[in-house]
Design a protein around this ligand. Sequence first.
Ligand SMILES: NC(=O)c1ccc[n+]([C@@H]2O[C@H](COP(=O)([O-])OP(=O)(O)OC[C@H]3O[C@@H](n4cnc5c(N)ncnc54)[C@H](O)[C@@H]3O)[C@@H](O)[C@H]2O)c1
Length: 254
Amino acid sequence: MNSLEGKVIVMTGGAGGIGEATARLAHAEGASVVITDREAGPVTAIAESLGERALGLAVDVTRREDNERMVAAAVDQFGRLDGAFLNAGIEGQVGPFDSRTDAHWQQVFDVNVHGVRLGAEAAIPALRKAGGGSIVITSSVAGLRGAAGLSPYVSSKHAVVGMMRCLAAELGPDGIRVNTLNPGPVDNRMMRSIEDQANPGHGDEIHAMFASRIPLGRYVTNEECAAMAVMLLSDAAGGCNGNTYLVDGGYCAQ
Ligand SMILES: NC(=O)c1ccc[n+]([C@@H]2O[C@H](COP(=O)([O-])OP(=O)(O)OC[C@H]3O[C@@H](n4cnc5c(N)ncnc54)[C@H](O)[C@@H]3O)[C@@H](O)[C@H]2O)c1
């Protein structure tokens, strides 16, 4: 049997990268998926390419009503909610700690922290109604370690690890498991943005420097992250609650 057969899952940040890969794998594993992102176009196209059991929806995670609409769509279309993959995030700008504006800190925390909070708040009543489920929050190795030049992002990714631990403690008795996915550098748009900001015009040098610090010698892929997210959303992870799950090629082992 497929690992997510019969399950209904909502996802944020699903227009590309880790989110799209997870939507596609979750669907292939039998789930009905509500795939969301800031704009309807890309997620609607992904949902249409999947066919039945897939719906694309515009959701800005910083808006409470959007998160509630996402969960309502899952229940209306597919009858229940079993899982939430709270994955939307922004990298923000790269630069020294004391050069970041108030507005910049606010923006990164609005999406990366409050977006996750609002997604969890919207999902919890429906997950309770279903008798339990799984929430997977995309943090990062930046949620476990510091990194020069990325202070708002790193701080926000640490914050959701704390949020996950509180949620796991509170929701465990209801059968709702909560964990974080913590990818290392992923070979995708977000890392290319960070590389290009860190060394404009020479992002490939930053890429090579990061890759040399990873025991596998390369970035991980969207699909490798998706495999972990889908496992955590499935009953195979029935004993997993309140923990951080690294997909980092060994980056944090050293
Ligand atoms: N790329 C990496 O190396 C890496 C490493 C560790 C963790 N992550 C995390 O993985 C998650 C997915 O990122 P990705 O690597 O796939 O990059 P990505 O930029 O392709 O995906 C992030 C998605 O979030 C969406 N988003 C941003 N603001 C939003 C908002 N207000 N409402 C709804 N959606 C919004 C974007 O449109 C985008 O589709 C993020 O939380 C990111 O921080 C990425």
